[in-house]
Design a protein around this ligand. Sequence first.
Ligand code: SF4
Length: 209
Amino acid sequence: MGVEVPIIGIARHRLVTDGKGVTTLVAFHGCTLRCKYCLNPQSITPDTVCRHYTPQELYETVCIDQLYFLATGGGVTFGGGEPCLRSEFIAQFRALCGPQWQLTIETCLNVPRHHLEQLLPIIDSYIVDIKELNPIIYASYTTKQNQQVIDNLHWLAEQGWCEQVRIRVPHIPGFNTDADVDKSVEFLRQWGFSNIEQFTYITSKTNNV
Ligand code: SF4
């Protein structure tokens, strides 16, 4: 039967944004952060309205696009919320879908290490939104500390995973500056990451900053 988890949405036929080829985005409920501009607020409100899935039920649901996945080198991208918290579920899902689908994780990486250790052998890539490396700015934006994020990034680099990790560094209106973003990018390059993308959060403040 497998572990059952709350899922806030499943989006099919996505191209490029969430990884290679055609992907289906599966968004889990639950997150470790409380970002001031939360992109998916349903993921941090009570889960009473979410549908719960077992790995088998999710596999049967997303399998409809298997031909697209195999033809384009795509697969399933797990987002949220924080998908790393669902490492046990994702491991059971991998056992069902087999090795051919690309499995990508969109994460903030602020999770205990054991989740990453469980995911490393069974996923293909990470897309990491680091928010901000400056701990004071990070805490004011997310209400949490970011030492765990930094430790996890170093650990992924030590595992030889720099190429499979795409790091997104946001300009966060009202919280960080261009100089802060440049500094984060500089640190990431020093740590061995080169697949780095800068972007700007679209918020009501975007046009005022
Ligand atoms: S990490 Fe994502 S889901 Fe979690 S609080 Fe921040 S924006 Fe919302």
